[in-house]
Design a protein around this ligand. Structure first.
Ligand SMILES: [Mg+2]
Length: 344
């Protein structure tokens, strides 16, 4: 049974805003060593104004946009059809990174000028989206397993069917990341989000199911191994930065997912502690922070997020609106959505 719409909205807001908090927290320390981070922030990294989000949050909003338009258009069965609205959505995101500012009277999401800020977008995403064909699971467009596929996949968890959530999470990541670990990680994150937010499955059980889904893929051993290692680490030695670094640095998809899951499992009821753990390392802090925030927000809803950080993160109002729309579209409540997401 799926959760009622009010709960879905709360979980979608938690997921997208939690991701934005982790992203904004990690952005300023993305290219710093742990030692440098601790020297600069002896009391722990804080989310200071202006609370800028990066490409992780920007692309996540376009994931939601593509998913909503896909729901409004009906879901074609084949992979290319499933991916079409997502591809178009990410090409609109590409515009924000290549053009100075929006033309007046255009698309609703694109009309938000702060979204056009360029915040270290991933080269793989940029080059794949500049290409002339969408990457598919069956026809990869490159061999990349950078974390740019998984860091934007959480919104697919709000699709109504569990199998569809996983599959679309894989598909949307495969548009730009062709290595199986690149897109299976995206599917695993979407599945995690779906199970916790929509099905109310406890986080530990959801991680087990995501691990099993990865293991069931012919090329999923690497992602399954990363998730198994992270679960073992969180069970035996939770909340330890020295343990976290054994999971990797997060530049590649399965490591980013593993680090985020470790942080979430270590501090399931303390989002501030989880997000600090997720970003205070020498790796890809904004993406690991964003994914950890996605996971905990999806599981717990917006009330679990620190209010002072929510007040400082940019675009919070827009993110909440898109989250509400994503939850409504997932639940088949389409009234009013076509205004913001007309057919393309
Ligand atoms: Mg980023």
């Amino acid at each position: 049974m799926s959760a009622p719409l009010d709960t879905l909205r709360d979980r979608a807001r938690g997921c997208l805003l939690g991701g934005a908090l982790g992203d904004a927290l990690g952005g300023p320390v993305e290219f710093m060593s742990r030692e440098a981070i601790l020297r600069t922030f002896p009391g722990g990294v804080d989310l200071d104004p202006p609370g800028h989000v990066t490409d992780d949050t920007q692309m996540t909003l376009f994931s939601a946009d593509g998913l909503i338009r896909g729901r409004l258009a009906g879901t074609p069965g084949d992979a290319l059809g499933r991916s079409e609205q997502m591809w178009r959505a990410y090409r609109r995101w590409l515009l924000t990174q290549e053009v100075i500012e929006p033309a007046p009277g255009g698309d609703w999401l694109l009309s938000h000028v702060p979204l056009w800020a360029v915040r270290a977008p991933g080269n793989t995403c940029l080059s794949a989206l500049r290409g002339d064909r969408p990457g598919l699971v069956e026809q990869p467009v490159n061999e990349s397993k950078g974390c740019g596929g998984v860091m934007r996949a959480a919104p697919a968890g709000f699709l109504p069917d569990v199998g569809e959530a996983y599959r679309v999470g894989c598909d949307l990541s495969a548009l730009t990341h062709g290595h199986p670990s690149g897109w299976i990680s995206g599917g695993a994150l979407a599945l995690l989000t779906h199970l916790t937010a929509v099905r109310d499955v406890p986080l530990w059980d959801a991680v087990s199911e995501a691990t099993a889904a990865a293991a069931a893929e012919p090329s999923g051993a690497e992602v399954a191994r990363a998730l198994t290692a992270t679960t073992d680490a969180a069970r035996h030695r939770p909340g330890e930065p020295d343990v976290l670094v054994t999971l990797g640095e997060g530049w590649v998809a399965e490591e980013a997912l593993a680090i985020a899951v470790y942080a979430a499992l270590s501090h399931p009821a303390d989002v501030v502690a989880a997000l600090r753990l997720a970003v205070e390392h020498g790796g890809d802090s904004d993406s690991t922070g964003a994914i950890a925030g996605n996971i905990l927000g999806a599981a717990s809803g917006v009330a679990a997020l620190p209010r002072d950080w929510l007040a400082r993160v940019e675009l919070a109002e827009l993110i909440a609106t898109v989250a509400d729309d994503l939850a409504a579209a997932g639940a088949g409540e389409f009234a009013g959505l076509a205004e913001r997401y007309p057919p393309t």
